[in-house]
Design a protein around this ligand. Sequence first.
Ligand SMILES: Nc1nc2c(c(=O)[nH]1)N[C@H]1C(S)=C(S)[C@@H](COP(=O)(O)OP(=O)(O)OC[C@H]3O[C@@H](n4cnc5c(N)ncnc54)[C@H](O)[C@@H]3O)O[C@H]1N2
Ligand code: MOO
Length: 425
Amino acid sequence: MASLEEIASCISGYDPDALPVAKAQEFIARFVPRVATVERVALRSALGRVLAEDIVSPIDVPAHDNSAMDGYALRGSDLAESGPTRLRIAGTGLAGQQFEGAAGPGECVRIMTGAVMPEGFDTVVPQEFVTVEGQEVVVPPGAVRPGDNRRLRGEDLARGRPALSAGKLLRPADLGLLASLGQAEVPVWRRLRVAFFSTGDELRSIGEPLEPGCVYDSNRYTLYGMLQRLGVELLDLGVVRDEPQALERAFRTAAESADAIITSGGVSVGEADFTKQMMARLGEVTFWRIAMRPGRPMAFGRIRSGAHEAVLFGLPGNPVAVMVTFYAFVRDALLAMSGATPAPLPLLRARSAMALRKKPGRTEYQRGVVSRRPDGDWEVRITGSQGSGILRSMSEANGLVVLHHEQGAVTTGDWVDVLPFEGLV
Ligand SMILES: Nc1nc2c(c(=O)[nH]1)N[C@H]1C(S)=C(S)[C@@H](COP(=O)(O)OP(=O)(O)OC[C@H]3O[C@@H](n4cnc5c(N)ncnc54)[C@H](O)[C@@H]3O)O[C@H]1N2
Ligand code: MOO
């Protein structure tokens, strides 16, 4: 596995004290390893897991040419060039059944949606387009063209062709697709294990009295929520005092049982911090100052304990900085470690309802509410104070306005990128 130094040397203009977001992302993507164990799970349990092998279709789906409509199967060559076409009804084909009778030229077969097309028939006319006169169907001119309303064998999935590629994060449509192939079990990468804890002597856990100068630990709860949504296995190591033995114990336990460790707090320049020293002592860790707001300080690397090691994301302590750095760096890294093919989060374009101050040379994430304007455009309004300790403005927001590295000030009405929370937080 490459060392931090080796990776740093691959990144042009790398400066840990002024690191653009994109370079930190690139660094992390080059560094993180991927899980190596495949397990086979029942189809329903594969939801939200990452496919470990390509799935080649063992069958044609659909298995036969079949009708897309309830109506009458006919031969396209029987359609009259002008005027109505009269066809004799030779029998019926139901879904799940094959029409066994014989039908010759000038004849049609009553057919239901999904029923196998009778031999030699290539077109279906929907029943609402025709009139039935005794044993005859009258198709008006122009009602159908040859080949209409017929679904071809293998048009969804062709036998022997790839149906899904390894690295796919399995969503509801994929479960359905796998079911249509008759696949009862799915090869997926094993779930990633992520340990997390909060550091800081001022932190109290829920249920403890709040002494003067203390705050309740909220970061473990936002982290829990974000990690739970990613579908990883969680190991909550609680609040750890800023004290060498306690920190060493927590880091070692985490490295021995998890693939990744997420901490919050203790990565800035404060005096009472043993956290940074312990990170550096137990592994290979770099301390970044990222050109972003919020979320400037961050530790990144690996922690070792005996033969075990885990990737470390040492996030800043401020509650909003934890969330923003998680979405900017940790989310994609954990998905990559889980075996998923990288896919950037989609951004929405919205007009800013207000002027925003912004200096080029850093990425800013501002909390906002997007809504639809009467003219149909999306509009975004910032949710009050953007201090990185103000979780309320994060909770009130439904997205983050992403002001990119090179971008300058925004004037009212300008288009900006928004990362919507829907489906994310
Ligand atoms: N002189 C400087 N001071 C600071 C800098 C700097 O560059 N120079 N950076 C600031 C930035 S930006 C941030 S973010 C913080 C990060 O500091 P730490 O990661 O060392 O975090 P702490 O000092 O432990 O905590 C910061 C803040 O967040 C509160 N906190 C921490 N953990 C939790 C938690 N689990 N739940 C709720 N709140 C938490 C903590 O009480 C502090 O108020 O440093 C700035 N300072
Ligand atoms: O990481 Mo800090 O959030 O910019 O306050």
